[in-house]
Design a protein around this ligand. Structure first.
Ligand code: HEC
Ligand code: HEC
Length: 310
């Protein structure tokens, strides 16, 4: 029994390692850490009257709500999930929907799109390399819970959590708590290469799930202009994004907005689509869009879209 278990784990981790080789900037592994040293100390964030311990901040069934007056009342699925079946959406997407680089910014997306996204996870049509958590959650939810949580996030104001900075170098960084990337404490920089490196303005703010704590997204020089050209469809490589995502890329009807969203999330989706890891009738419209894109093209498009007003 034990031998079978060990063998399965090895096969799984080998598959993931091959698939994301050199791409942990877009598909961060979840690190095995000891967690914060003092789990019971009361923590705060600027401007909030609330206090939580690190243990409470990491509670999947009752994550922190630092600014309860700044969003509508959360339905149970969002605030607590349904223990033990699935965890609260607010743990990863936050009560404001802004999320973190390793999850997704879902605030203000069209409700029909959000519901469809959950159905695609449920039906094994969306098997991206960072989709495992969402597949488990979507499969555990009832249609009613999916509808209510989608309506909640669709009603929120779209927001952008990152400033996009073109730079030949990025801070030296590592993947830490919550699958997020943090600057190395001893500082230093390294060549950016073909990567997008997202660093929180405040490591503490990100770890405490403060929805007002933002990020800097370092992207290779020239990415924004290259992305703008590709997005216009003039490069002969892809289709103009605005036809379906709206002229300002803020979304059109049921087609989700891509403006101002996290660039590593956007990159992951383009790459997952090219790899055939997102399927379904609606996503078929993206097939011709991603077919000929190189990794650098996807980085450029993601950087450009992220630099726009949400
Ligand atoms: C433990 C963390 C976690 C929790 C809890 C969680 N999500 Fe997610 N969610 C993710 C990650 C990670 C992704 C990105 C997956 C990817 O890159 O493909 C994601 C993606 C999504 C997307 C896709 C967004 C898009 O633009 O297509 C939707 C919709 C979504 N989540 C809804 C929810 C809802 C609703 C809940 C609560 C019932 C929830 N999530 C709970 C981590 C989480
Ligand atoms: C012919 C229409 C069409 C064009 C052109 C198009 N898209 Fe899309 N795109 C869609 C649709 C429809 C979806 C949502 C599919 C679904 O509901 O599952 C989508 C989804 C996406 C997503 C996933 C969003 C998310 O929240 O997960 C990204 C990223 C994206 N498109 C980027 C682009 C970029 C970049 C371009 C231009 C280079 C582009 N699209 C051009 C129709 C289009």
């Amino acid at each position: 029994m034990r031998i079978v278990f060990v063998a399965t784990v090895l096969v799984l981790s080998a598959a993931i390692a091959v698939a994301v080789e050199g791409m942990d900037w877009a598909y961060p592994p979840t690190p095995k850490g000891k967690g914060p040293p003092d789990k019971e100390k009361m923590l705060t964030v600027p401007g909030s009257k609330r206090q939580y311990t690190a243990a409470q901040i990491g509670d999947g069934f009752n994550p922190p709500d630092w600014f309860p007056d700044e969003h509508p009342p959360m339905p149970a699925a969002v605030a607590t999930g349904r223990p033990p079946a699935y965890r609260a959406c607010a743990l990863c997407h936050l009560p404001t929907g802004g999320g973190h680089p390793e999850s997704a910014n879902i605030a203000g997306l069209p409700v029909r799109y959000l519901i469809r996204a959950m159905e695609e996870y449920k039906n094994d049509n969306r098997v991206g390399l960072r989709a495992t958590t969402m597949i488990e959650i979507a499969k555990a939810m009832t249609d009613e819970e999916i509808r209510i949580s989608s309506e909640y996030y669709a009603a929120l104001k779209p927001q952008s959590r990152q400033k996009v900075v073109e730079s030949a170098t990025a801070p030296k960084s590592f993947v830490g708590g919550g699958g997020m990337r943090y600057a190395e404490p001893e500082g230093g920089t390294e060549p950016i290469g073909s990567r997008i490196i997202i660093i929180p303005d405040s490591a503490e703010g990100a770890q405490r799930r403060n929805p007002k704590s933002n990020f800097v997204a370092y992207v290779p020089p020239g990415s924004i202009a290259n992305g703008m050209q590709l997005a216009a469809g003039t490069a002969g490589k892809t289709v103009a994004c605005g036809i379906c995502h709206g002229p300002t890329l803020k979304g059109l009807g049921e087609v989700p907005g891509i403006a101002g969203r996290d660039p590593t999330y956007t990159f992951r989706q383009l790459y997952d689509m090219q790899q055939g890891r997102r399927k379904g009738d609606a996503i078929a419209l993206m097939t011709a869009v991603v077919e000929k894109l190189t990794i650098d093209d996807m980085i450029a498009l993601s950087a450009y879209a992220a630099s726009l007003e949400p």
